[in-house]
Ligand binder design. Structure first.
Ligand SMILES: Cc1cc2nc3c(=O)[nH]c(=O)nc-3n(C[C@H](O)[C@H](O)[C@H](O)COP(=O)(O)OP(=O)(O)OC[C@H]3O[C@@H](n4cnc5c(N)ncnc54)[C@H](O)[C@@H]3O)c2cc1C
Length: 474
């Protein structure tokens, strides 16, 4: 099949942003998307009259261009949502950020004092005898003290990543956790709240009326209006190359038939490892070996339509060890149109697992029961108020930032850089912990490379951004 100026693998945020930019400049694009809908990990699914995102998605960016794009495309459907997020720990809810009174009553004065002393000790040691910080754990203890870290960060982080915190690289903490601010807030609350007002926690965020995915549905419409082609239900299964140039992309349609699309330029947002392993002929063994050393953490969203309004928060981080869930969101508190009326709430209970492990393999009905039971234990929902549910498994949701992963990526990237017409983009596509705005930025930059509008390096996007929770309020 004849191709287009660019063949784009995946219709998530990065792929659609690239398609948007290319079609805006008159280039032809063909987007191949394995699912039957656009939006990728930021898509919105309709079920039983309600709308559910894969997990709670807040749009926030420091990139003015990406912000403008979002605002212009979502247009009249944009809501400004007051943020309420709390932390569930030992059956108590902690404000986020913590207020001094809430913190003291929450952990109790004795624990609060011990936390402060442990924090003070860590900072003093940092000044007098600084130690190298290779791991997430070392970084956290150095910045917050052992007690704060063990009480509030360790369990949640290990729930999400599924590996011990001493196997997660310090760079992840340095980039991402700086502003994730139970620690910062508690530290500030316990020190001098007036002097250290937490400016980094965003009180409001933007949200499309019908869910995070609405932005991408609108973006896809614009791409098609400008002549771009978005093919849904097309799973890319092969990338054929002549030397260091991709000749064609092979995609399998809904009927199982394979079609080969000629490729002038390829932008790939499908998971990096799968993409590299699909190359025909394969890359050198060292590149494949580097791929085998990397892994993704899977995300299980148990989506429940429940009666009533179980909590007023947008989402709650669940640090408590007693339950397996990591977070629970209520989309009705994002936008009333996410629910099917006043009397119900669409919730997502989030779990993390590695693809193929026991939890991952549990039947959907069983997972719905686990989630309903945990919500009961936490006092949020009685099982009889769970009206319906479904489960979405995202295999490659979180690239695992395990110690040493940089070296493997460097090997893969060095070889991919030699391909003359392929650019990886996006989150799974570049094996980076990117948020929507970063993913969009990589797509825009890669498109400009194709258009000859400059020479950009999408790998540099987000290289030293802070954790998403921690930007200045716009
Ligand atoms: C639970 C959760 C919560 C999040 N919360 C936030 C948040 O609050 N704010 C925020 O900004 N970001 C958030 N993110 C991150 C955000 O979802 C991602 O940054 C963004 O979706 C990445 O876009 P992408 O285009 O790089 O990749 P994806 O969204 O993964 O899109 C890739 C696309 O490629 C398709 N694909 C994969 N394999 C193939 C194949 N073989 N053939 C064809 N197509 C294929 C996929 O189906 C998908 O549509 C969250 C992510 C998760 C999982």
């Amino acid at each position: 099949m004849p191709g287009a100026d660019a063949v784009i693998l995946g219709a998530g945020p990065s792929g659609l942003a690239a398609a948007y930019e290319l079609t805006r400049h008159g280039a032809s694009v063909r987007v191949l998307e394995r699912l039957e809908q656009v939006g990728g990990l930021a898509r919105t699914i309709q079920h039983d009259g309600c709308r559910f995102d894969i997990g709670p998605h807040r749009f926030f960016t420091r990139n003015e261009e990406v912000h403008q794009l979002f605002v212009e495309v979502v247009a009249e459907d944009l809501l400004r949502v007051a943020r309420l997020t709390r932390i569930h720990y030992r059956n108590k809810l902690f404000n986020y950020p913590l207020s001094p009174v809430n913190a003291l009553f929450g952990v109790g004065p004795a624990s609060a004092v011990l936390m402060f002393l442990s924090y003070a000790r860590a900072r003093l040691r940092h000044r007098l005898a600084p130690r190298p910080q290779h791991t997430f754990e070392e970084w956290m203890i150095d910045h917050f003290g052992a007690r704060l870290y063990e009480t509030f960060f360790k369990t949640y982080t290990e729930k999400v990543w599924g590996i011990s915190c001493d196997r997660i690289g310090a760079d992840w903490a340095a980039q991402r956790i700086k502003g994730l601010s139970l620690g910062v807030a508690l530290k500030h609350a316990l020190l001098s709240p007036k002097k250290h007002t937490v400016k980094t926690l965003v009180d409001e965020f933007l949200f499309p009326r019908h869910g995070a995915g609405m932005f991408y549905e609108k973006l896809a419409d614009l791409v098609e209006v400008r002549g771009g082609t978005i093919l849904l239900g097309r799973r890319v299964v092969g990338l054929r190359r002549d030397g260091m140039r991709i000749r064609s992309v092979v995609a399998q349609g809904p009927d199982g038939q394979e079609e080969e699309v000629e490729a002038a330029q390829v932008l790939s947002s499908m998971p990096l490892i799968a993409m590299v392993e699909m190359l025909e002929p394969p890359p050198p063994e060292a590149v494949l070996a580097a791929c085998r050393r990397l892994r993704y953490r899977g995300h299980l969203g148990v989506h429940l339509k429940v009666r009533g309004l179980p909590f007023p928060d947008n989402w709650i981080y669940v640090h408590s060890r007693e339950v397996r869930m990591a977070r629970v969101a209520n989309y009705r508190n994002f936008s009333p149109q996410m629910a099917d009326g006043e009397g119900t709430s669409p919730l997502t209970v989030e779990y993390f697992a590695f693809e193929g492990d026991d939890f991952w393999k549990r039947a959907d009905e069983e997972l719905i029961e686990v989630a309903a039971d945990e919500l009961r234990q936490m006092g949020f929902v009685h099982p009889r108020d769970v009206l319906s549910g479904f489960v979405v498994r995202s295999q490659q949701a979180y690239p695992v930032i395990e110690l040493g992963y940089h070296e493997h990526i460097a090997i893969i990237k060095a070889w991919l850089d030699r391909l003359t017409n392929l650019q990886p983009i996006g989150r799974s596509g570049m094996f980076k912990y990117n948020n929507q705005d970063h993913a969009i930025a990589t797509g825009l930059l890669a498109a400009r490379n194709v258009l000859g509008l400059g020479r950009y390096d999408p790998w540099l996007v987000n290289i030293d951004a802070e954790y998403h929770e921690g930007g200045e309020a716009r």
